[in-house]
Design a protein around this ligand. Structure first.
Ligand SMILES: Nc1nc2c(c(=O)[nH]1)N[C@H]1C(S)=C(S)[C@@H](COP(=O)(O)O)O[C@H]1N2
Ligand SMILES: [Mo]
Length: 408
């Protein structure tokens, strides 16, 4: 059945035996039994990095599969930007051949749904404008691993996310240069440049996503990431960046950008990434996974960093607002019974970036449940509970993201 293409990719991720070992270790971690030996154990159950990302730091990841590679919670450091060497990977199809980055400036994207549609080379795009922004790149399934219903798909914890700086030409400048967007366009649709597996209906595997046309106002066609040409694995030579929208909408190796009256009918748009009630399959009647909402989590202390010594403790984490600027973060050391304000640390890199926060406190020996709860400028507060859905999408629950630590 063609609908099952994506399920197939996901099932490869979860060989039953590995899952059992991993979840046993995960539950030992969450009750703090493993202390400092946990890193070693976590590494022992993790596969090596696949070749196409062998330039990444091997100890920074939980390798769920060759196409789903998660940053460890303990790896998020105390500065804002996630280095490429530590950034997660999520591919719906095998990554393209490195020949596509041999001559980056020659890469072409066709732009449609404008007055004068045509192909533009990366060389031409670079002459049309430049903008730089910092943005949280987060997979819509980040936090799926906390759903007790164990939805199919990668059981990401917090590490299918990072904060990245992108440089490229604003999409609105490109549209303007081609005579403006055609009347009636309601969506901006990006198409990935992967070679599609033979023998399958292209619509069932093509990575093509539509976002509301309003998202074009801050969108980029980007060629640089954290000061370097975008690595192939992260979408080089050219990537569509849609700030505030979940990972899947940020199309890697983009080969077509179109302003369309309808959403794409590719399976990944029509049935994939839909927020459907538990037990129901995704279909076009269910809401699509699009913009992100306010979220935060604590990165330190956490059980996989080892023993926490009694005394002064700096509780550190990250918070972001999706489409709205994050305005404040509260921290609880008693599992959410009482809250106090945390302090933002470091520069504000704009509304699409995350802020690092710290709450300094003194902890005596004992067991603690540390939680964080962010609020955005529109007074949306990070909820206590996830919204149950069959795909395990959009988990922003503060209680799911809380960490149990043992202080000695
Ligand atoms: N062309 C293309 N773009 C894509 C994908 C893909 O498989 N192909 N995966 C999407 C998904 S689901 C996510 S979460 C992000 C992951 O980006 P990263 O691998 O650079 O971290 O890319 C998105 N863009
Ligand atoms: Mo994703």
């Amino acid at each position: 059945m063609m609908m099952n293409k994506f399920d197939t990719f996901q099932k490869i991720d979860s060989l039953p035996r590995r899952k059992v070992i991993a979840s046993t270790v995960a539950s030992m971690l969450s009750i703090g039994l493993l202390g400092s030996s946990s890193n070693l154990l976590a590494q022992a159950i993790s596969k090596p990095l696949p070749n196409y990302v062998n330039w990444k730091e091997p100890n920074s990841f939980i390798v769920h599969s060759n196409t789903t590679i998660e940053t460890k919670r303990s790896v998020f450091g105390t500065s804002l930007i996630t280095p490429a060497e530590q950034l997660f990977i999520r591919n719906n199809l095998p990554a393209p051949d490195s020949s596509i980055v041999a001559d980056r400036d020659a890469w072409e994207v066709s732009v449609d749904g404008v007055k004068s549609p045509r192909k533009l080379s990366l060389r031409e795009l670079k002459s049309m404008g430049i903008e730089t922004l910092a943005m949280v790149l987060q997979c819509s399934g980040n936090g799926r691993g906390f759903f007790p219903s164990k939805p199919s798909g990668t059981p990401w914890q917090v590490g299918a996310a990072g904060c990245v700086i992108w440089s490229g030409v604003p999409v609105r400048s490109v549209a303007q240069a081609l005579g403006g967007v055609s009347g009636g366009a309601k969506f901006m649709t990006g198409t990935g440049g992967e070679k599609l597996p033979a023998g399958l209906d292209p619509k069932t595997v093509l990575v093509e996503r539509s976002v509301p046309i309003s998202a074009m106002s801050d969108a980029l066609l980007a060629w640089e990431m954290n000061g370097q040409p975008i690595p192939l694995a992260h979408g080089g030579p050219l990537r569509l960046i849609v700030p505030g929208y979940t990972g899947v909408n940020n199309i890697k190796y983009i080969k077509q950008l179109a302003f369309t009256t309808k959403e794409s009918d590719a399976y990944i748009m029509s049935h994939g990434y839909r927020v459907s009630p538990p037990g129901a399959k995704g279909d076009p009647s269910q809401p699509s996974v699009q913009d992100m909402t306010v979220k935060s989590w604590i990165n330190s202390p956490s059980p996989d960093r080892g023993v926490v010594k009694a005394g002064n403790v700096q509780i550190l984490g990250v918070a972001f607002g999706g489409l709205n600027t994050v305005s404040r973060v509260e921290v609880s050391i008693d599992g959410g019974k009482t809250w106090e304000f945390a302090r933002f640390v470091g520069p504000d890199l704009g509304k699409y970036a995350w802020r690092q926060f710290v709450f300094s406190t003194k902890l005596s020996a004992g067991e603690y449940v540390l939680a964080s709860r962010a609020t955005d400028i529109a007074w949306n507060v990070q909820p206590e509970n996830r919204i149950e859905n069959s795909g395990g999408y959009n988990n922003t629950s503060w209680s799911d993201h809380a960490v149990k630590v043992v202080v000695v």
